[in-house]
Design a protein around this ligand. Sequence first.
Ligand code: PEP
Length: 249
Amino acid sequence: MRKPIIAGNWKMNKTMAETKAMIAELAPMVEGAECDVVLCVPYTDIATAKKAARGTAIKIGAENVHWAEKGAFTGEVSAQMLKELKVDYVIIGHSERRQYFGETDQTVNMRTQAALAAKLKPIVCVGETEQERESGKTEEVLYRQLTEGLKGFKSKDFDKIVVAYEPVWAIGTGKTATANDANETIAYIRSVLNKKFRGVGEKVRIQYGGSMNTKNCKELMAMPEIDGGLIGGASLKAQDFSQIVNYNK
Ligand code: PEP
């Protein structure tokens, strides 16, 4: 059985004071959750978030990581630096990184390697743009992102790697893939991974992301292929995020 994982992606939101307040409000609401609960927060909030989440069900993640151990990479943060802060998860290859910061399948690959080497759990994002979807290229794009982005990894790495299927046209737009479409596409992702990495199809956790909210989470999470959600906007309020975490209650 794959344990569901609901992860928030705060993006460039929340001060340290806001982080402390939100986690204090959220913690009792997600106590006893049956899924893994993760908040991926800006680098500047990590130490505060870790402290606030101590002794709760909430795990803390980062939103990116560099592939090098150290060196002349102004503005970047290494996997060891995140490990020192006792970060558990890290988002890699989010579509905003791909769109605005030149992230490629190759850099996704290098960042994922670095994260695994530091024993962080990578949440690797894949997904097609609206244009790619309309021109019937969804599977081609996903195939490339998965095979290039995860080239060279071993089946056992997928005990740690989580994949997030995030159709770009659904992120922050209020448009959601239908539960059936998301389920079908995630089944495709599972089949690609299963062909490339022996036995991975059954065990890899694959989230859906893209305008998942309190209203649609139940239907999406009821789908057999969907193992969780990566939540942007709806992860910024404790009430909303906790309702998603407790989708089955
Ligand atoms: C995201 O940023 O990963 C995301 C899914 O955002 P939203 O939930 O706001 O669409």
